[in-house]
Design a protein around this ligand. Structure first.
Ligand SMILES: [Zn+2]
Length: 311
């Protein structure tokens, strides 16, 4: 079986050729243009699909999956609104590809797709109750309960980034203050560093870098070099991530959590102290929670996985 996947993200669009066993045969990436609109995006997806099939001498596909960075109506295959590309409101993108390639097309939100990929192709195979959390520019996620993806009443379950963990904290894009995302996401980390101008001036490593270019990766690196401000920011970040995780654990009583996104690339520098912080923060509700790094290519696999998952 050949499956064609698309990951339509805020910065890049990826076409993926894979199969039902979760094998990725090839990927092609392009930069996302903000001004695509419906027609521009349709043409781009068709072009990329044709190219990746030609390149790999594949003459047919059996299924197509599209994952999108934004809210979707997956039942009807419609993009509801689009934070990154102009003019995609209420766009039935699945119909365009169904008409062209003549195969079934599935559309899903990208965080939910990565969650499904963990279940079909990752360690989450062995778990019925788990949460996937992406710590990236923003924070998103997905929830599996009793072996099924939980979507909620309005397909909005899993917005982990918008639980408040610091009342009156930094303003979040959603309009509330102190959301998990406004503090512990890549953007949140940057904001916390550059806001403390005095500490930034005194920082041995971070003061060398233009404030606009400081990101989570640079902060973790500076910590390893012994920078005091970076150490403080990293420790705080891990503490807040632990609070976020324990909130989720207390509500859902999951057995495992899978962390993806840019921050997960820090590996043991993140996961070791995070596991300790989570255990500490559970206090008297302690239970064995497994905290895993999510699949490296979870987004690519997500675009394949959504075509195989039975809702
Ligand atoms: Zn928020």
């Amino acid at each position: 079986m050949y499956i064609l996947g698309y990951d339509v993200g805020g910065t890049k669009i990826t076409a993926i050729l894979g199969n039902e066993n979760g094998r990725i045969i090839d990927t092609v990436r392009m930069r996302t243009l903000r001004e695509y609109g419906k027609e521009g995006l349709s043409n781009q997806l068709i072009e990329m699909g044709k190219n990746i099939l030609n390149k790999n001498k594949v003459d047919h596909v059996d299924k197509i999956g599209i994952i999108f960075a934004g809210p979707v109506d997956s039942k009807n295959g419609v993009i509801i609104s689009s934070p990154n590309i102009i003019g995609l409101k209420n766009f039935n993108v699945t119909k365009v590809l169904e008409d062209y390639f003549n195969v079934p097309v599935t559309l899903e939100n990208d965080a939910l797709a990565s969650t499904i990929a963990e279940k079909l192709f990752g360690k989450a195979k062995n778990y019925d109750n788990f949460v996937y959390m992406t710590l990236s520019t923003g924070i998103g996620g997905g929830i599996f309960i009793n072996g099924k993806l939980y979507k909620g009443s309005h397909e909005m379950a899993g917005e982990l980034g918008h639980m408040v963990i610091m009342p009156n904290g930094p303003l979040c894009g959603c309009g509330r203050r102190g959301c998990f995302e406004s503090i512990a996401s890549g953007r949140g980390i940057t904001m916390r560093v550059v806001e403390d101008i005095k500490a930034l001036q005194d920082s041995t490593e971070l003061s060398k870098i233009r404030p606009g270019s400081i990101d989570a990766k640079i902060v973790f690196e500076a910590k390893r070099k012994g920078d005091m401000l970076a150490q403080l920011i990293v420790e705080e970040t891990i503490y807040y991530i632990a609070i976020g995780i324990v909130n989720v654990v207390n509500i859902l009583d999951i057995d495992s959590i899978f962390i993806g996104g840019g921050l997960s690339k820090e590996g043991d520098n993140l996961f070791k102290p995070l596991r300790m912080a989570v255990n500490e923060e559970m206090k008297s509700f302690k239970r064995p929670i497994k905290i895993y790094k999510a699949l490296e290519n979870g987004a690519d696999l997500g675009a394949i996985a959504v075509t195989l998952y039975e809702y």
